[in-house]
Design a protein around this ligand. Sequence first.
Ligand SMILES: [Zn+2]
Ligand SMILES: [Zn+2]
Length: 198
Amino acid sequence: MYDNLAKLKLVRIGNPVSVGGLERLGEKAIKASNNVVKSYKIIQYDKSFFETEGIEARILTDALNEEIGGHILGVIEMDLFDSDGDSFYGCMFGAKNLKNNVAVVSTKRVFTQDSDMLSERVIKIALHELGHNLGLKHHYNYMGLENGLLCPMAKGNYNKYGERGYVLAIIDSRGYEFCEDCKKVLRVYNSISNQLSK
Ligand SMILES: [Zn+2]
Ligand SMILES: [Zn+2]
């Protein structure tokens, strides 16, 4: 399982962000994960059924697991849905399949013409979902990192923004590093994985 987490497959479905944006994501993922993720590879994955308006996150993550397998972060343009769970606006920014190591991010609801800002948002959501792949949980405290930004796993202070402004405000105020509490968990993972690979 830990060996599996070391190799991240960034699966680009369609044309959601530039390949350069995904390379930045890969670098940030290695750094933020405290080296639990050791390398990344970009895989282009195109399927005709992805040209629909939206897709159930569970179906997409299951398909990626079955057809590609391993530690996957998929990035997709279309909406992600979760029919059984709760989600903002009936859609999701990102999702993680609890049964495997596959997470996905959608650019649909965070789209902006500013391509740098778009890849920044994608990276921040991706770090959150990747955090779930690495065993991290949400925390609702508003405590930030030393540089004043939020940990990618922070859900922030909901009431400060109201429902509609909440998500984008939180995403934009997140940083690229996990907080000390989250890093403690990553260090434990890392030492287990190093022992196992000896
Ligand atoms: Zn989450
Ligand atoms: Zn944290």
